[in-house]
Design a binder for this molecule. Sequence first.
Ligand code: NAD
Length: 350
Amino acid sequence: MADLLRLALVGCGRQMQQNLFPFLQRIRGHQVVACVDPDLSLAADVQSLAGGATCASSVDDLDLETVDAAVLAVPPEPSYRLVRQLAESGIDCFVEKPAGPSTPALQDLEHVVRRSGRHVQVGFNFRYAETLQRLHELSEEIRATPCSVTVDFYSRHPSAPQWGVDTTLEAWIRHNGVHALDLARWFTPSPVVQLDAHAIGDADRFQVNLFLRHHDGSLSTLRMGNHVKRFLVGVTVQGMDGSRYSAPSLERVTLELSDGLPYGQELHATRNLDHGWGRSGFGPELQAFVDACAGQQSEPHTGGRAPVKGVPSISDALAASALCDRVMAELDAAATNGLGYLTDSVRASA
Ligand SMILES: NC(=O)c1ccc[n+]([C@@H]2O[C@H](COP(=O)([O-])OP(=O)(O)OC[C@H]3O[C@@H](n4cnc5c(N)ncnc54)[C@H](O)[C@@H]3O)[C@@H](O)[C@H]2O)c1
């Protein structure tokens, strides 16, 4: 490998221009050598800021000998196809979630990636958000026994069908709800044995509530939707010792309930002077990717290596996709995409 990790940026749309590339510019140890998008004007936008990179309309036009790793922010179908192709060509990949169009595609990708021995990291950025990392650490002890976790995840987009998915609800679940499901898995890794899903609203604007029971007895409640005016993520962990740790937003962590301690004690607040580095997690996740690739590339290539510990992998994308399938099946079973009424309703009052 050259001294600097040689990166290809694949898919130069919104996510690359607004988040990934700006944070990559704040990370050392790499050099952008290619910007790829079928819309060459988008590739040229990023190239003009990258200095010395080439522009291409397809990965097939790149000389892969000049690339060590790729950062992909493309729709799910090309994510799957391109990560498959690049990993088989010996290239490490960072790929935005959901990383593939379906659970069978991700199963295939998991197999190919494992065989390739490449480092493939999936963009579940909230695992790297400073506040949620702190909440994860602070709640470690109470999460060692069955606990209850609530995840709030609200985002206005998509508000129309997108990324090749037919309905707004499914596009939202697979592209945004998948973050909440990944957070639920991260806070409670025990397998999900039961899942209930309910929605209110209409086909393009909805709230969805999920209830997950885990094998170890833990419970996760996910409240999410696109009915909001602004983006919000929050997580609360309640232990059986009577304590409740909460990150009501990506700004702070409080201890809301605990024996002998004042209510609402602030345990952590994000720094305001880091230009968003710690807030969304995009910066730390890309730093982790560049560091893992540098480590990987300096080792001899042997197939079948296990994914780097603690890094969201294709196996995580696969597990989250299987949960999305289950959510959609539950919502579909509840009639008209989960937005209809039950045929036999139960009276709320006598
Ligand atoms: N982690 C997050 O919080 C987050 C946020 C936003 C989007 N995303 C994900 O990022 C991905 C892209 O989203 P976006 O909003 O940037 O969409 P977008 O449509 O703005 O950009 C996607 C780009 O990929 C390009 N593309 C399509 N096929 C390609 C191919 N074969 N090779 C190269 N480029 C190709 C398109 O021309 C387009 O410019 C989606 O999977 C989305 O879920 C993640």
